[in-house]
Design a binder for this molecule. Structure first.
Ligand code: ATP
Ligand code: MG
Length: 252
């Protein structure tokens, strides 16, 4: 498969092995600029490993990938400049306030102080965190922390955003708040790749890649995947393709 010039993200036969374990076993897909792309798969299927290769945090064993037209192995700095990443696990400093965490992130991205203050206050407002800005992160609920994680990932206004399970463990209200914000980013034209094992969240994507045991087993708009396998939900599409439910573990 050749690289397409216009793609925001392109993975070609990506493989990652950890010793004898093949975490990602030859994954290829492309994400177009402005697209919301969902990588859907059960625990341990290789979602985070794929994201980490695309974000230059893990070197592919074989295969290649380009992000913002830059090769993830040969041009890691250029890739990092174009992306934002929200890790599956929080990266906030619990002993700083919400505001201080974002200010620290602004320093890391060399955002001028005046701009930083303005952007931080705006983001805190959008995330409904403005009145909690001077509270220590350790005192915030899981939902508020997750929103702060996401604010941290977009503070530098990346072209391409990677969200690794942005709503994991959140209650419906917090999930709705996060998805409201993702909707705004999408309207602004940001390219977003998110991972999830929540079927209803995958359905919001323009296109979904279903990953199972390190292999992409289906790729397309949710409506088409359902139509192609004549199933009413992505859950049943997954069941149809693998014989297992998506919530079941990878281990046999
Ligand atoms: N650094 C590592 N060393 C060894 N094995 C690893 C490492 N990172 C991931 N793995 C293994 O690779 C496989 C894929 O893991 P990965 O974290 O990519 O899955 P995932 O789809 O993100 O799962 P989850 O939904 O639980 O986050 C798993 O079997 C995992 O145990
Ligand atoms: Mg993961």
């Amino acid at each position: 498969m050749a690289f397409a010039d216009s793609a925001a993200i392109e993975a070609v036969e990506l493989v990652k092995q950890f010793g004898s374990l093949t975490a990602v076993g030859g994954v290829s897909f492309a994400v177009q600029p402005g697209e919301l792309f969902g990588l859907l798969g059960p625990n341990g299927s290789g979602k985070t490993t794929t994201i980490h290769m695309l974000c230059t945090l893990l070197r592919p064993t074989t295969g290649t990938a380009r992000v913002n037209s830059c090769d993830v192995v040969a041009q890691p700095l250029q890739v990092r400049r174009a992306i934002g990443l929200v890790f599956q696990e929080t990266t906030l400093d619990r002993d700083l306030t919400a505001y201080e965490n974002l200010l620290f992130t602004a320093y890391l991205h060399h955002i001028p102080r005046a701009d930083a203050q303005e952007r931080i206050l705006e983001l805190l407002k959008v995330m409904e965190l403005a009145d909690r800005r001077n509270e220590l992160v350790r005192k915030l609920s899981g939902g508020l922390k997750r929103r702060l994680d996401i604010a941290q990932g977009v503070l530098h206004r990346p072209k391409i955003l990677f969200l690794d399970e942005p709503t994991i463990g959140l209650d419906p209200r917090s999930r709705a708040a996060v998805w409201g914000f993702i909707g705004r980013l999408r309207q602004g034209g940001m390219t977003i790749l998110h991972t999830t094992h929540y079927l209803e969240e995958a359905e919001r994507s323009d296109r979904v890649g279903i990953i199972d045991r390190g292999k992409l087993i289906a790729l397309g708009p949710p409506v088409e995947l359902k139509k192609a396998s004549n199933r009413p939900s992505l859950n049943e599409v997954f069941l149809h393709l693998t014989g297992r439910k998506i919530q079941e573990s990878q281990t046999e």
